[in-house]
Structures are given as structure tokens and as C-alpha cells.
Ligand binder design. Structure first.
Ligand code: ZN
Length: 249
């Protein structure tokens, strides 16, 4: 059993027994790791506080590849996201993001770019003064791309014409031009396609600076939601997203 140290975001945790806690973590070097903090809820120490969702830690743990549950040793905070944790809207988006990672990422391979995206997005939400839903869409778009589901926003898959306004095909889970899908389902305007391209190719700052009108929000959010659910079937029922719809309605 080796003592490992790695950069970590806590995805979820729950009490175990009288004094312990189990946490699922997304680590930079080992991907998803489940671990038990034995006795961390005992006495008045602060050790239990490390294993809370959305914490960004330098985590030390004992790793045994033959076990599913690794053993927590100690931790230090890398960054305290106090603005995020003190704001209902921000923390709701934060929970939706860690739930997407928890449900959407399978297997234990590390993915450094995905880890960095997670950290950068939580930091951006922490310091944001507005447009938090756009930061969330930025995360969704980059998350899809990193998992191999980068949406095609340029050409129609049927006629290879340029997508200047399109229709979302529920059957195929992608955008098709309105000539090829006449009785189309959800329309996506050329304006929305331009915004989606910024989310796909731009930085989080580019995303925050998008100038959106109310109608844009439902088209962008609707497209990403449908696309994500079509391509990553493990996230069909994201609890935090449902809570978010209620809290932010
Ligand atoms: Zn077409």
C-alpha cells in the first residue's frame, strides 16, 4: 500500500458508521478515487471538513490497487471557494458540475485536462459577478469535447452544407440543416450556433463576455442539455440539475 499525494476535487461524501466518512474524489493523477476517512468525524478536529463536496485539496491517501475503497491520510486546502459556497446560485451550479463529473466519467484513468477544466470552472464561478449559467454551459461544452463528443457546429452531416441555422435531430443527437430535416424538432438559430462556437473554441473569459438576450439562453441551454443527455447516457438523471431548475426558476 503506497502513500500517494494528489490534487483533488471532492465530488460527494456521506457519513459512514459512527465516526467515519466516505468520499468520492476526482484526482489529477488517478482519476476517480473512492476513499474512507476513518474516524474523521470523531472529536472536535476539523478533519471531517476536508471531505466535503466542492473542496479543492492536496490529498494524501493510501492506495491499494486491489481495493475499491482507499484510505484517507490527510489533506490541505489548495483553494477555498468561499464565495461559491456562500451563494445559493453558485453552489447549485457547483453541485451540478461535480455531479456531471461523477456520473459522466467512468473508469479510473486520470484525465489531467478534465481535472484542470473542473478546477478552472469552479474558480471562475467562485469569482464571477454574473453570467454563471454561461460558465456552466462553457463547462458542459468542454466536458463533452474532452469525453469525445465534440458537437459538429459547422456542416450538415447529410448534405455537408454550412450550418447557418439548424435543427436538432433527436434521432441522431446532432444538428442537421433545415433543408435536410424539414419537419424538424428543435430549431437552433445561426446566432445560437455562433455562441456555441465561442463556448467550444473560446476561453472561459470569452464565455463570460458573451452578450446574450433572454431568448438566446433557452436555445443555448436547451441544445447543450439535449446533446449531453443524448450522448452520455449515465447522466440522464442529474439530481442537481433538477434542483437547479427549481432553485433558479
Ligand atoms: Zn443538410
Amino acid at each position: 500500500m503506497a502513500l500517494e499525494i494528489t490534487d483533488t476535487i471532492i465530488l460527494k461524501s456521506f457519513p459512514y458508521g459512527e465516526t467515519s466518512k466516505i468520499a468520492r474524489c476526482y484526482t489529477r493523477d488517478f482519476g476517480k478515487v473512492s476513499l474512507i476517512g476513518k474516524g474523521v468525524r470523531k472529536g472536535k478536529t476539523l478533519r471531517s471538513g476536508y471531505l466535503e463536496p466542492l473542496n479543492h485539496l492536496s490529498l494524501s491517501f493510501y492506495k491499494n490497487p486491489r481495493r475499491e475503497l482507499q484510505i484517507f491520510s490527510k489533506a490541505e486546502f489548495k483553494n477555498i471557494l468561499s464565495a461559491l459556497k456562500g451563494d445559493v446560485k453558485k453552489i447549485t451550479y457547483g453541485f451540478a458540475i461535480v455531479e456531471l463529473v461523477d456520473k459522466g466519467v467512468t473508469g479510473e484513468e486520470p484525465h489531467e485536462e478534465l481535472f484542470d477544466l473542473l478546477v478552472d470552472t469552479l474558480n471562475a464561478i467562485n469569482s464571477a459577478t454574473g453570467n454563471i449559467n454561461v460558465i456552466f454551459w462553457y463547462f458542459e461544452m468542454k466536458f463533452l469535447s474532452l469525453l469525445g463528443f465534440r458537437p459538429n457546429l459547422s456542416t450538415c452531416p447529410d448534405c455537408e452544407g454550412i450550418l447557418d441555422g439548424a435543427v436538432f435531430s433527436h434521432e441522431r443527437g446532432e444538428l442537421v440543416c433545415s433543408n435536410c430535416l424539414i419537419n424538424g424538432e428543435r430549431k437552433v438559430s445561426s446566432r445560437t450556433i455562433t455562441f456555441l462556437k465561442t463556448l467550444k473554441h473560446g476561453s472561459v473569459i470569452d464565455a463570460i463576455n458573451l452578450k446574450l438576450k433572454p431568448g438566446d439562453r433557452s436555445e443555448i441551454g436547451g441544445f447543450l442539455d439535449r446533446y449531453l443527455r443524448h450522448h452520455i447516457d449515465t447522466i440522464r438523471n442529474i439530481k442537481s440539475l433538477k434542483i437547479m431548475e427549481r432553485v433558479l426558476a
